[in-house]
Design a protein around this ligand. Structure first.
Ligand code: ADP
Ligand code: MG
Length: 270
């Protein structure tokens, strides 16, 4: 496809080089809620280097909240630990400083914000914030990371366009590029194919696969389309009402019975 790969770039500083990443993010007994309202209720999840883990399940089952918890954007009970390298001790994410955490984990949220007065490239440069020093410009590494992220999402031709003039789908790819430019060992993506036409849905799935296969990234991705999830994922987690009701290979998880149970629909089993 047009999207071959995200070029590795050497990060300065102490960050994990995604190309030899052995990062993993694990949650055990994770509980998340809003006040008294528990929306994720005792989830065990392991995102492993070089693997794509897809989260599927009905609206409101807690997928986005779980991803936000893993990204340290929502207070979590239970244990969430990050392993930065093969021989490193797992560390609880709550003990990590924001800048350090942002060099390890990125989240593509369902954001449709169009920053006014910034070019596409300048928005993608937001992905470099964990590496930047105050009052200094973009380094060669920053430029390389931005360029490869723009190429991966097919946005290089419009890198200088004003972000405020883009379509929703283009804007979504701009924010995906910013996540790629962050070059973390763990990448979390919340419905990255929404609002995209078929071509870019497929190319986004290719980007996700390349992150795991070529760069050893641990990917956790929420997808609505079960066929897409089956196509891209090594492991599938099926959620229902804040819990994981099935986990395993796509073939094992996507049975008629599991789908009927999770989505509360009748599936004719012939
Ligand atoms: P999903 O991504 O699977 O559709 P969410 O994680 O977005 O599910 O939502 C899980 C549950 O949390 C839903 O019942 C939803 O109504 C509730 N919820 C989400 N955001 C908030 C909020 N800001 N305040 C209160 N409840 C919320
Ligand atoms: Mg959601």
């Amino acid at each position: 496809t047009a999207l071959t790969s995200v070029e590795p770039a050497q990060n300065s500083g102490t960050s994990t080089n995604p190309d030899d990443s052995t990062a993993s993010l694990r949650g055990a007994g994770v509980v998340l809620g809003f006040g008294d309202h528990t929306v994720v209720n005792g989830v065990d999840i392991a995102l492993r280097s070089g693997q794509v883990t897809a989260l599927v399940g009905p609206n409101g089952s807690g997928k986005s909240t779980l991803l936000r918890g893993l990204a340290k954007l929502h207070p979590a009970a239970g244990t969430i630990v990050l392993t930065q390298a093969m021989d490193a001790e797992p560390r609880p994410i709550h003990s990590m400083r924001p800048r350090e955490f942002a060099q390890e984990v990125t989240l593509f949220a369902q954001s449709r914000i169009a920053p006014q007065g910034l070019s596409v490239k300048e928005v993608v440069a937001f992905g470099r914030y964990p590496y930047r020093r105050r009052f200094s410009g973009l380094t060669r590494e920053d430029h390389a990371a931005i360029e490869s992220a723009l190429r991966a999402t097919g946005l290089n031709a419009i890198a200088d366009r004003a972000a405020g003039t883009l379509s929703g789908g283009e804007l979504q790819r701009v924010w995906l590029s910013a996540c790629l430019a962050q070059q973390t060992g763990v990448v979390l993506l919340d419905e990255p194919t929404n609002h995209l036409d078929l071509r870019y849905q497929i190319e986004t799935l290719d980007v996700i696969r390349d992150l795991a296969d070529d760069h050893g990234v641990a990917v956790g991705v929420v997808l609505h389309d079960l066929d897409h999830a089956a196509q891209v994922a090594d492991e599938l987690l099926l959620m229902r009402a804040g819990q994981i009701v099935a986990k395993g290979t796509p073939v094992d998880v996507l049975t008629a019975e599991n789908i009927a149970h999770a989505y509360e629909i009748r599936v004719d089993v012939r």
